[in-house]
Design a protein around this ligand. Sequence first.
Ligand code: IMP
Length: 195
Amino acid sequence: MNRQICLATNNKGKLREYREILAPMGFVIYSPKDLNIDLDVEENGKDYRENSYLKALAFSKLVPFPVLADDSGLEILALNNFPGLHSSRFADSCGGYPQAYEEIFSRLKGKDRSARFRCCICFLENTTAKPLYFEGLCPGYILEKPSGDHGFGYDPIFHSEEADIDFGLADEETKNKYSHRFKAIQKLKLYFAIG
Ligand code: IMP
């Protein structure tokens, strides 16, 4: 298997995590920037799978390697899995993550704080190949106030039950042992029997 892969994301946090997890297995992960690609794919799919495929396909048309794309989000159970698919857009609409945290705290007053991160990876060998999907979940809950500044996105307001740590306080190695992304990547590794 070709160990050169393009990761279809401009999200530096995701890129760092994929590299950290896949580099020890000999994968070379190229970002769009490494390949001089400036592309922002419209994520108008109806679910995580569709969005991850849309991203993978758009990049696959431009690069000579297999492409990995992930679509992920924070799901808060008492808010019907909000912000979910719209996690990134919700933060933008609030004016940034600190404001999004406050909005979530206010919507969660008096409610159960159970939440989880979800990740769906799409692996696309080339534009005409059948897409392969791998999913991972990371269960936990929303904190009462932000804690730490590690990670990215919603990490500072999320406590991982399995790691028993606030993700905002976790170093990359710890987060990457329990994250939704790590679990999805484990399934990808298993599929290719390379782990
Ligand atoms: P997308 O998959 O690029 O549409 O964006 C996913 C969004 O979900 C991110 O921009 C974050 O807001 C949120 N998210 C996904 N995974 C994580 C994570 O591991 N930590 C914190 N936030 C995350």
